[in-house]
Every structure is written in structure tokens, then in C-alpha cells.
Design a protein. Sequence first.
Length: 270
Amino acid sequence: MEEIILWLKYLFLGIVQGATEPIPVSSSGHLIIAQKLMGIKQNGLSFEILTNTASLIAIIFIFREDIKKLIIGALGYLRTRKEEYKADFMFCLYIIIGTIPAAVVAVLFKDRIEEIFSSVYTVSIALLITGVALWLIRNLRGRKQDGDLSTKDALLVGLAQAVALIPGISRSGATVIASIAVGMKQETALKFSFMLYIPISIGGLIMGVSDIANDPNRSQLAIPYLIAFITTLFVTYFSMRWFMGIMARGNLKYFSYYCFAAGTLLLIFL
């Protein structure tokens, strides 16, 4: 019976991770809350890395045609220097530029950041901050498309992604908010945000291989981890599809309401 309860707990954690990774409400913050409520304490980063990898696979699958087009276009431009490929090459270059801030901060300070900020109080404050930011950009409608971005745009969005290493600050929220704030159209903001997610997540997986290999609970929690992984994979896919529809309609203000409510309730009750 205890084993089944444990499996159900990890099923729930997979649902939480998958549902919140694509949307601007902070998956890391919600996982901290869920683990606290269920009395689960993770030692190391194995679980976080595994569930993030599941989300990564789902998001790569959704954006597979965009990724293919960008790679073919970038390589085509490098080989031929034809103008028709330049926009794809520049978009890839901006993804690289936008990835640098978070990569540097993650390598130098990620463990320290999580040690300092991984508390329910921090998550509640971060959710309120995210709510304010979402409210401020709720009516913005940018004009910049894929071919209109600049190095400055990429750096500003990249810095937002670096700030999102603080648990409770949503990565997708920070990058989408920053992308819209610098004038991107909803579709371009969504695409650029999740293209930035891919390299930073792959980097996190590579850096975390040793955590997984050295996890003392790996054998004991193999089935719960697998349950969480599969659940996260499928829930991320459907959550991402749903969020794409929300972005197309420009209804981000509803996420600000949620962040205000969740952050306030956490401050009151936890």
C-alpha cells in the first residue's frame, strides 16, 4: 500500500511538472510546493533533471518542424550565403546569444541560487512578481517577426531567462514577457522563448548526468521516477498545445490572476 501511495505521489509530481513547465507560472516553484505538501524531500537534482528532460522531449517534438527549418536554413546560409537563408541563420545566432546569460549563471551560481531561494516564501514572492509582470504586458501587441530581431532583443530575453533560475520565477513566463516587452509578436515571442529553452535544458541534462549516476535512491525510486517521467512527457505536450492557443488569443492576463492568487495564498497559509 505504501508503495502504491508513493507511485501516486510521483504521478502527481509528473502532472505538476508537465502542466506548469510550458505556462508562465513556474514549474520549479510548483514542484517545491507539491513536494512540501506531500512530504517528499529530494536529495540532489536527479528528479528535476529527469522531469525537465521529459518536458524537453515533448517541446522538441512540438517544435520539430521549426527546428528542422532553422537548422537547414542556418546551414544553407553558411554554405551559400544566400539571402533566403539569412533570417533562419540570424534566428539561430540570436538563440545562441540569448542562451549565454542563463548558461553562465547556471554554471557559476545555480546550486547557490537553489540553496538560498528554494523556500515556499521565496516561491510566493516570485509568483507575485511574475503576476505583476504578466499584468504589465497584458495588452502589448508587438510587430517584430522572426527576421526582425536584434542582438539587444536576444540579450534582454536571455537575461530574463537567467533571472528565471530563481525558483518561483517562471522560465517561460520570464522569456515570453521579455520577448513581448521588446516588441515581438505573440507567435515570435512564443517560438523564441521555447527555442531558448531547448539548449539550456540540454546543457542542464549534460551537467546533471553525474547527479543521476550518483543518486543513492536511483534503484529504490526507479519506478516512481519512471512514472513521473512518462506523466511529465505527455502532460507537457498537451499543456504546451493549450498554451500555444492562449498565446494566439493574447490571454496572458489570466495567468497573472493565477499568480496573484497562488502567491497570496502561499503567504497566508504556508
